[in-house]
Design a protein around this ligand. Sequence first.
Ligand SMILES: Nc1ncnc2c1ncn2[C@@H]1O[C@H](COP(=O)(O)OP(=O)(O)OP(=O)(O)O)[C@@H](O)[C@H]1O
Ligand SMILES: [Mg+2]
Length: 473
Amino acid sequence: MNLGMEGIPYNWHEQIINLLAERIVVVDRDGIILYINEAYCEFLGTTVEEAINRPVQDVIENTRMHIIAKTGQKELAAVHPINGSEMVANRFPLVVNGEIVGALGTVMFRNPEEWRMYKTKIQNLAEELNYYKTKVEKDLKSKYHFNGLIGNSPTFLATKKLAERISANNSSVLLIGESGTGKELFAHAIHNNSMRSSLPFVTINCASIPEHLLESELFGYEDGAFTGAKKGGKKGQFQVANNGTIFLDEIGDMPLAMQSKLLRVLQEKEIQRIGGQKSIAVDVRIIAATHRDLEKMVEEGKFRQDLYYRLNVIKIEIPPLRKRKEDIPLISLGLLKKLEGIFYRKGIELSSDVIKRLMQHTWPGNIRELENVLERAINVLDGKIIDLAHLPLYLRDLELDNTCVKETNKENKPSTIKPPLQVQPLKETLAKVEKDSILQALDVTNGNKQEAAKLLEIGKTSFYEKCKLYGIN
Ligand SMILES: Nc1ncnc2c1ncn2[C@@H]1O[C@H](COP(=O)(O)OP(=O)(O)OP(=O)(O)O)[C@@H](O)[C@H]1O
Ligand SMILES: [Mg+2]
């Protein structure tokens, strides 16, 4: 059964057509009007009876309908002078069984006024859309501000103040800090506090991009620059970040060859796409970050000295958590609030024992480690209060050591049973320490081996070898 228009009663057709297009005309191959609706006739100052069966040129001034019926070429949004004004028209050929049988014309706007009204409406919508789009993009891209950086210790406040003060200018910033100290947060906050805040903030993690992709990622490539290159070429992140900020995270892991290319961009303020000849000017503020000792790397020839000087215009050293232990309670509360939101929980508190314990630990993984510890605690928590039992073993072990010391001191008498002093071969002791450090690092990073290797400041390969040696999975 054919269910085309046949299902619609015939006397409905005209109304449907008129509702679809307010003003409409249909001509045959010779340009004779077969159909024209009342609204169009009214617009033309004529009537349907007068217009029908007449050559379209006699009824509509400046018409091109008879031409479309011959050429078969449609014309969209064509400006059409009529009645001393300009309307906007669409014209389509009508094709039946592969043959042009005539043409259909509709009037989109009767006059410039109508078009302008439409345009203003669309323009307002487009502006609104744009506003929300940039707002969403901004929320996605760079959501941290200085007021989200928790800490009241003098060292942290001084760091924050320095970062706030230098955010307004355009100088390069080098953020130095151990893993998990908040380098990325600082980079966001600096951008958000700058004149570039409404412009792009682009992050490049130099450690996680494969070396052979780094150049095309940063600078882009031209059409056909290499096999597999996307058609039309690709913009590099420097171009994407134009007028905004580019955050080069883990800059210490950037290969030497790329360092030279980066240096050139910083000096010339222009980039060249791979396979391209012309230089493209870019205005980008650079914020770089690393947990590595760049000065030492420069001495060892692993980092270009000239690049180091270029990046090191403003150096901000973010203090590790162990140097601002007084901030631990406040940061913990802040992190708990954040985690409560993520886990749909409310009113979670830390017992005073836990707070004490958190302040005793040295936090090699800094705030990220603290965050992981709290997240784990919330996961094993039934009630509202996080207690020592909810902490990972390595933090609970700390308790045992300390209470032993405390108790013997309190009683103030020499213990009668002295544990036999066990001396082991140095090799075994070292191995035990090594194994324990690896386990601790894995605990801190929730089992993430790459991060753990980073914390221990050893290479990935050597880390995996050691894991194998000590039977750590
Ligand atoms: N001052 C702070 N206040 C609150 N939260 C913080 C603060 N600093 C860092 N954090 C939180 O700690 C975590 C680690 O921060 P971030 O990723 O910025 O560290 P990083 O220095 O870049 O670490 P890495 O070297 O491992 O990349 C994030 O979840 C961040 O939200
Ligand atoms: Mg980081």
